[in-house]
Design a protein around this ligand. Structure first.
Ligand SMILES: [Zn+2]
Length: 164
């Protein structure tokens, strides 16, 4: 399986969105009568430091070095964070899952340009497509956000394939 490298557009690092995420997580754990453990807090704090888009491998790698949090705990906590609406999980064809931090202040939807050769994902925004999708109304359905994947070959792989 190819390593997934993610390019992020902008990091939402401001204190206000961090506080909102902490409050949302506490409320979520409480509502489900789940324990608010130190390990879960460590994972949340690391997620808040990550770029907007990241893979679970890169998250775990930084946690293993600093805090020795197990992979099982990372997976478990990421599910809780997704349940609490703090992150979104994306699974692209032929790649590992990756997560996107939800910016509560201004909901942004992304396009994901997925290279079918190396698995690299470039995250980008397209105002025109966002406007078009956000203005669509579907019967008996309320749109919250969208995730759009465009599959193709990145310029590096295109050059490599040309040389063969
Ligand atoms: Zn590629």
């Amino acid at each position: 399986m190819p390593t997934v490298w993610l390019t992020f557009v902008s990091a939402m690092n401001d204190e206000r969105s961090k506080e909102l995420a902490r409050t949302a997580f506490s409320a979520y754990l409480k509502s489900r009568k789940l324990r608010h453990t130190t390990e879960r807090d460590i994972v949340l704090e690391k997620v808040l430091e990550m770029p907007d888009n990241f893979s679970i491998n890169s998250l775990h790698a930084s946690l293993v070095q600093a805090d020795r949090v197990s992979l099982a705990t990372v997976y478990n906590t990421m599910q809780l964070l997704a349940g609490a609406g703090i992150v979104r999980r994306h699974k692209f064809e032929g790649t590992v899952s990756h997560y996107e931090r939800v910016s509560s202040a201004n909901e942004i939807s992304y396009l994901h340009l997925v290279c079918t050769e190396c698995g690299k994902i470039k995250v980008t925004k397209d105002a025109e497509i966002s406007r078009a999708i956000n203005s669509r109304r579907y019967p008996t359905f309320h749109t919250a956000y969208f995730s759009l994947c465009i599959y193709g070959v990145c310029s590096r792989c295109a050059r490599r394939l040309k040389k063969k």
